[in-house]
Ligand binder design. Structure first.
Ligand code: SF4
Length: 118
């Protein structure tokens, strides 16, 4: 079991999750193939210890257990896992989390952008 960062993180990257992950298994892509690996964070499924600490930290509600990823974001399970084949192009971000948290309206608008209704 591992946790998954869904498309709701895309272009948001709050980074609060990386500050709390006890095993530093949340990564950012640094390569040039941004069509394959878009601008979001990725959880390494074999390094994740399934602690769940990151989930409530994400203000965009982008993180889910792999067994509970909404259908709409199911492809993100494989996308997170595919980073294992390109590990040298991923780093653990060391920047601080963003100071400004999104408003409820911004979180709802981001979900709506993906057609997600929870
Ligand atoms: Fe890290 Fe725990 Fe989240 Fe896995 S569930 S990514 S180990 S904080």
């Amino acid at each position: 079991m591992a946790w998954v960062i869904t498309s709701l993180c895309r272009d948001c990257l709050d980074l609060s999750c990386t500050a709390v992950c006890p095993v530093d298994c949340i990564y950012k892509y640094t390569g040039s193939d941004t069509e394959t690996f878009p601008n979001q964070l990725y959880i390494h499924p074999e390094e994740c210890i399934d602690c769940g600490v990151c989930e409530p930290e994400c203000p965009w509600e982008a993180i889910h257990e792999d067994s509970a990823v909404p259908d709409l974001f199911h492809a993100d399970i494989a996308l997170n896992a595919s980073m294992m084949d390109h590990a040298d192009e991923f780093v653990v971000p060391r920047e601080a989390a963003k100071k400004d948290r999104p408003t409820e309206e911004q979180v709802a608008a981001n979900k709506a952008k993906w057609g997600f209704v929870d």
